[in-house]
Each structure stands twice: as C-alpha cells, then as structure tokens.
Design a protein around this ligand. Structure first.
Ligand code: MN3
Length: 209
C-alpha cells in the first residue's frame, strides 16, 4: 500500500474491478453473505463498466467533434468513477476483526473530534441521516490539515474537492437492506464492529505523508 493504496485501472488505463479482499461470507454476521455478493457483483461491478463506457464515449466525442452527448457522459463518468473509488475503499475499510484506531490516526481523531467516542457519534449521525442513497465519509483535507466527516448523496454530490476519504460507510439500501431492511441506524451501529482500522490508518498515513 503506497500513496494511493487502491488500484483502479489496469496497465492500459481501463478501470478494473479488483477481487474482494475476503470471501463473500467474511463479514457475517454484521453484513450477510448475500448482500456482499449482490453488492459487489451488481452494484460495484457495473459502475466500473459504466466508467469505462463513459470514457470511451468522451474519447469518441473528441475524435468526431460531436459533443451532443457530453453532458450524459460527464455525468456517467462522475457517477461510475466515484462509485468505483468509494466501493474500493469501502471493501478494504472492513474486516471482521474490527478494533479501534491507534497511533497517529487516533491522535488526529482526538484533535479534530475531541475523542474517538465523539467522532463515532458524529460519524454515525451523519451517515444515518444521509438523504436517500449515499455515504458517510471520514476524510482528510490536505489544504487545512484536518480530518472531516462528510455526507455524500449518491456517489458524487456534496463532495469537498481535495478531500482524501479514508473511511467510507455505504448507506445505499443495497448495502444493508436484505438483513436490516429500514433499520439503517442498526446497520451503521454494527458496522463500527468490523472496521479495519489498520487500513484506515494506512490511508491516513498516505494522505498526510
Ligand atoms: Mn454500494
């Protein structure tokens, strides 16, 4: 894991779907096997294809000079690529081992949120109250040197340009509905038990290096 720990593209620049870092059932019982299987194959995977298709469409537009569909492809690219980036972080953010942050990441959380518990309440409240489908995001903004909690609607709205997301919690219904139905707060509360804080710390380390 180096500066940006996620491999989003292959050597030709095409976006690629990495294998999940664990088996479909590895997050049981917090996230059930079927949800992970559906989430990965029918939500993350098509986003990768959509991002590639959008880039192809834009390349063709540049070639032909016909930009009639430019708005369509720019929107598809923002949606597909943001989905690919966030899902790639989400999978690696999770591990059934769970735990708590330590070291420089813990220090930064305490500096920005007073305590880990206060951060957790803030992150859970922001994530639970995302309007519709979206994400709760902990990110680092190099320009201010601060960790921040963000809400993200869909995959691409309400972002803060330049922030480096280091912990992302998926609250699209596909991420929890089979097991939790409308009980989003229960899913959000339980997911804190399976955070891979070593992964979050590696991302924090890379972002602040
Ligand atoms: Mn999702």
């Amino acid at each position: 894991t180096s500066l940006y720990p996620d491999k989003l593209t292959d050597d030709t620049g095409k976006y690629v779907l990495l294998p999940l870092p664990y088996a479909y059932d590895a997050l049981e019982p917090v996230i059930d096997t079927r949800t992970v299987e559906l989430h990965y194959n029918f939500h993350h995977k098509p986003a990768v294809a959509a991002a590639n298709k959008a880039e192809d469409g834009l390349a063709l537009a540049r070639e032909t000079g016909d930009f009639a569909l430019v708005k369509h492809y720019e929107k598809e690219l923002a949606l597909g690529l943001s989905s690919h980036i966030l899902h790639t972080i989400y999978w690696t953010n999770l591990s059934i081992k769970g735990g708590n942050p330590t070291g420089p990441l813990l220090k930064a959380i305490e500096k920005n949120f007073k305590s880990f518990d206060k951060f957790k309440v803030h992150m859970a409240a922001a994530t639970t109250s995302v309007e519709g489908a979206g994400w709760g995001i902990l990110g680092y903004l190099p320009a201010s040197g601060k960790l921040m909690v963000l809400q993200c609607e869909n995959h691409q709205k309400l972002t803060t340009w330049g922030i480096v997301p280091i912990l992302v919690l998926d609250v699209w219904e596909h991420a929890y509905y089979l097991k939790y139905q409308n009980r989003r707060p229960e899913y959000v509360n339980n997911i804190f038990n399976i955070i891979n804080w070593d992964n979050v710390a590696a991302r924090f380390d890379a972002a602040t290096r």
